[in-house]
Design a protein around this ligand. Structure first.
Ligand SMILES: Cc1cc2nc3c(=O)[nH]c(=O)nc-3n(C[C@H](O)[C@H](O)[C@H](O)COP(=O)(O)OP(=O)(O)OC[C@H]3O[C@@H](n4cnc5c(N)ncnc54)[C@H](O)[C@@H]3O)c2cc1C
Length: 487
């Protein structure tokens, strides 16, 4: 085919957060490499281009983003919930990085408004979305797939349930622009976006009695107070880490482990009477959970199938509905399952999570490993994918694979050195809060190391007890990988 052709060492498909973290680290780790980034959006940041105006990072900003550059928050969360940066700040951060760090190197080229598509033989070509013009691309080293997250956000996805004519259904981003009040509000979806929409309504002064919440699955949620950075929070975060290892050491089964984690303040749930069937890496504060518990009309009848004017059809029942109801669709799945592919796959790199709920840290670490080692088998030993969590059992497999990977990182000096200095490494950020002159801090650090060692044998036993036939819950592939990496 006769078309212009670009050349690059790395073709990075996508310019979302993980692509940005990968390229940022590669700029320093492979100083001779060129990179071409391609994305349909006009701004880097992927799904953040469609974020609702009141979204904030649910994690602290201290270790979100890329390794080279801290993310500044103009204004700390005024709600007091201690959430991270706003969506607008995240997007501005990625835009600034592209303009002020990536492009000035002369080694990064950025093609917004384009997609990468495969030719018949699988080799990539680029398509301009505005003109349809095509360009070939010669990739000298690797094609990097930064699209595996397949993040869905409500503003760019239609509800998958039926909606009768005349029923008002909006994305959460439309809440601040409402032109009239409704008698009732129904939030559809129990993930982080659903929680944010409920909190927005409550903060706006809507009485809890006028809010209904469709919760298809209850989830275990992590307490934000346990992962706040800085000296003031060091004792609490380290105590919770110790509690976590103690719970693993003492637990006799997965349900027993979850109960112990809850008792020790590591995990939280909305309703103590309801056993969660999900774990999705959500983080919230105790204050947010207390606010959410003010909503008592919580519908637990499975997924919504259809909204009629006077009733709702759900998987496990039909319930009546007020005719003047505003529905807020928060049913998009933010996290999609990871494909069963290795991270290093010949002339491809797949940006998958290789550490507990940390997509950006994982992408940056993969770039560091790519530029440190030569052999794919060795690289993959350091980058065993962690499951994208779905069920409570995944809390355990996530930890098992993360700990096993971390043990291997420490054996490769350049990776270990990068880890110690990286702002994306949660542990390093939390440890920065420790004071060498404070005996309490030093005691906690020693206790944490001892308890981690003590937990290892029972972690193995608990993993073995999760065999799919025994619980019907665990993902066999993930467990096999966890077992293998712990061996
Ligand atoms: C509301 C919300 C809040 C979140 N908060 C946090 C948080 O606090 N902490 C945290 O760690 N995670 C958080 N996450 C999750 C985290 O943001 C995502 O896991 C991460 O940002 C995903 O980034 P990504 O680059 O992998 O994917 P995406 O943002 O989905 O980016 C992928 C990009 O690839 C592009 N693309 C797809 N196909 C092609 C193609 N063929 N050619 C070129 N480009 C293509 C897409 O258009 C997109 O721009 C949050 C997610 C949501 C939705």
């Amino acid at each position: 085919m006769n078309r212009p052709t670009l050349e690059t060492d790395y073709l990075v498909v996508g310019a979302g957060a993980t692509a940005m973290a990968f390229v940022d680290t590669l700029i320093d780790a492979a100083p001779d490499a060129t990179m071409l980034m391609v994305d349909p959006h006009q701004q880097p940041g992927g799904h953040w281009n469609h974020a609702y105006p009141f979204v904030r990072l649910h994690q602290p900003s201290a270790w979100y983003g890329v390794a080279s550059t801290p993310m500044d928050e103009a204004a700390p969360d005024p709600s007091g919930f201690q959430r991270g940066a706003t969506g607008a700040e995240v997007l501005a951060y990625f835009g600034r990085l592209m303009r002020e760090r990536f492009l000035p190197t002369g080694r990064v080229r950025w093609l917004p408004g384009h997609v990468v598509r495969p030719d018949d033989d699988g080799s990539p070509h680029l398509v301009c979305l505005a003109t349809g013009a095509e360009q070939g691309v010669t990739v000298r080293r690797k094609q990097v797939n930064a699209t595996h997250a397949r993040t869905e956000v409500p503003s760019v996805r239609r509800p998958t349930y039926g909606v009768a004519p005349g029923v008002d259904v909006i994305a959460p981003g439309e809440l601040p622009g409402l032109q009239r009040a409704y008698a009732h509000h129904t939030v559809v979806g129990s993930g982080k976006t659903g929680m944010d929409a409920c909190l927005w309504l409550l903060e706006a002064g809507v009485p809890p009695a006028r809010i209904r919440w469709i919760v298809p699955r209850d989830a275990w949620v992590q307490d934000r107070a346990n992962i706040l950075p800085g000296t003031a929070h060091f004792a609490q975060s380290t105590r919770r880490t110790i509690h976590q290892f103690e719970a693993i050491t003492e637990a006799s089964s997965l349900p027993d482990l979850l109960m112990r984690l809850e008792q020790r303040g590591v995990l939280m749930r909305l309703d103590p009477a309801v056993e969660p069937s999900a774990y999705r890496c959500a983080i919230a504060s105790r204050e947010e959970m207390a606010q959410l518990r003010r909503i008592t009309d919580v519908v637990r009848l499975g997924r919504l199938r259809a909204i009629e004017r006077t009733h709702l059809v759900l998987e496990r029942g039909v319930i009546s509905a007020h005719a003047d109801t505003l529905y807020v669709d928060c049913s998009a799945g933010g996290l999609q399952p990871a494909p069963a592919v290795p991270v290093f796959d010949g002339d491809r790199i797949n940006l998958l999570m290789v550490s507990w709920c940390r997509p950006m840290f994982s992408a940056a670490l993969i770039a560091q490993v790519e530029s440190t080692l030569n052999d794919d088998a060795q690289k993959n030993r350091l980058c065993v994918p962690v499951p994208v969590p779905e069920r409570p059992a995944d809390w355990l497999t996530l930890w098992a694979v993360t700990l096993a990977n971390a043990q291997r990182w420490r054996q490769v000096p350049p990776v270990e050195a990068w880890l110690r200095a990286s702002r994306l490494n949660t542990l390093a950020v939390l440890l920065n809060g420790a004071r060498s002159e404070d005996p309490l801090h030093q005691d906690l650090l020693r206790a944490s190391a001892t308890k981690a060692q003590a937990a290892a044998p029972n972690l193995q036993r608990l993993l073995a007890s999760l065999q799919p036939n025994a619980t019907g819950e665990a993902n066999a592939g993930q467990l096999a990988r966890a077992d293998q990496t712990l061996a």
